[in-house]
Unconditional design. Structure first.
Length: 388
């Protein structure tokens, strides 16, 4: 429940880009990608410290502070953002707050689980991310269409306060004292090849996932404009369906991984996702009723590796460095999320802009190239683990 609240502001910027912020602020594709990615960039800068602190203090305390900052940053965007740089600043503040909510929330969960395999519990938490994003897409767009884009920020700013309330219901759990090591000691994490394979794979996953989440509404707006005489699903419906389908996809993907092995399952999912991305790009200007099934398949392949990657990381982590491992996981993931949002915008600009079919071919080619880095990282991890 807290996770869903934390995520309510998560895609309010991408949800309002195509219809409101790009035309009102006269943004290019690269600038729009920079604006959308600024939240992930703020997250990336803060999470190494905030997630690692959970090895030393109760993660619940960080959750409370992070949730308050997330709500504040979202509210300030709605009140005071007037262009690219002010919007990017307030979005980054919200991202810093979310850095105190997502991985510290996962640490608070794992600290309170009974000993044993926690794979399914971790997967339920991570897959609820997608349900929260779906609610964010839905509420942000409906509120913006009814009362303006600023109202969308005011309403979604309420969400992180739900996580804050949930924190008050958690029993206190103080981690074991950390003796003789620095706060930001990531050396043991980098030396853990098994965990690093999942972390680098997660980075490739985030590059693809945040790239498509940032630009999905704009892409389907392009499809709707190209087929204005045809009755098709609206960008609101498509973006919500895309996000909501990700929750069962992530859970089933983890179950698939438990049966045939994480590395094998994740590799199969990532290559499948790259193929679907290329097909969407090739047929970007074709019938929406041909594109829609491809988008829905992509809605399954894009997140299906998420739960397996995150649970694999958590299981491979040294228990004494679990917070630091989660911090590295999130830093890599959200750093590449910010990069994905921006690079797709650059690709759109370079290929003629978001009203040009060839631009979407370029954008989806970049997404496909990004995700195939994941299997390479997993192959490296297996080889290094065997050699050690």
């Amino acid at each position: 429940m807290g996770q869903l609240g934390s995520l309510l502001p998560h895609v309010v910027v991408p949800s309002t880009l195509a219809a409101f912020l790009i035309p009102e602020w006269h943004l290019s594709g690269a600038q729009a990608g920079l604006l959308a990615g600024s939240g992930a960039a703020g997250y990336m800068c803060a999470v190494p410290v905030l997630a690692t602190l959970t090895d030393r203090i109760d993660a619940r305390k960080i959750l409370i502070a992070g949730s308050a900052v997330s709500a504040l940053g979202t509210l300030l965007f709605g009140l005071f953002a007037t262009g690219l740089w002010s919007g990017a600043f307030f979005n980054a503040v919200a991202g810093v707050g979310f850095a105190g909510a997502y991985m510290p929330g996962l640490k608070a969960l794992t600290d309170r689980l009974a000993p044993g395999d926690s794979s399914r519990a971790i997967t339920l938490y991570t897959s609820s991310f997608s349900l929260g994003v779906g609610l964010s897409f839905l509420i942000s767009q409906l509120v913006a269409e009814s009362w303006g884009w600023r109202a969308a920020f005011f309403v979604t700013a309420i969400g992180p306060l739900v996580m804050l309330a949930m924190c008050l219901l958690l029993r206190p759990v103080e981690p074991k004292p950390a003796h003789g090591r620095a706060l930001l000691d990531f050396g043991p994490v980098f030396q853990n090849a098994n965990a690093m394979g999942f972390i680098l794979g997660y980075g490739a996953h985030c590059f693809e996932l945040y790239g498509i989440r940032t630009w999905l509404v704009a892409f389907w707006t392009f499809v709707a404009m190209k087929n204005s005489a045809t009755s098709i699903l609206t960008p609101v419906v498509v973006s919500v369906l895309f996000s909501v389908m990700a929750m069962p996809a992530s859970i089933l993907g983890n179950e698939f991984a438990l049966r045939i092995g994480r590395h094998r399952a994740i590799t199969a999912v990532m290559f499948s996702s790259a193929v679907i991305a290329m097909l969407i790009g090739i047929f970007a200007d074709k019938s929406p009723w041909f594109l829609l099934p491809l988008i829905m398949i992509y809605a399954i392949t894009t997140p299906a590796d998420s739960g397996a990657l995150t649970s694999g990381m958590a299981m491979a982590a040294n228990p004494a460095y679990r917070g630091a491992t989660m911090a590295t996981h999130s830093t890599v993931g959200f750093g590449l999320s910010a990069l994905g949002a921006w690079v797709i915008g650059v690709a759109l600009d370079a290929a003629g802009g978001p009203l040009n079919p060839s631009a979407w071919m370029a954008a989806f080619s970049v997404l496909a190239a990004g995700i195939v880095v994941g299997p390479v990282a997993l192959y490296w991890s297996r080889r290094m683990t065997r050699e050690s």
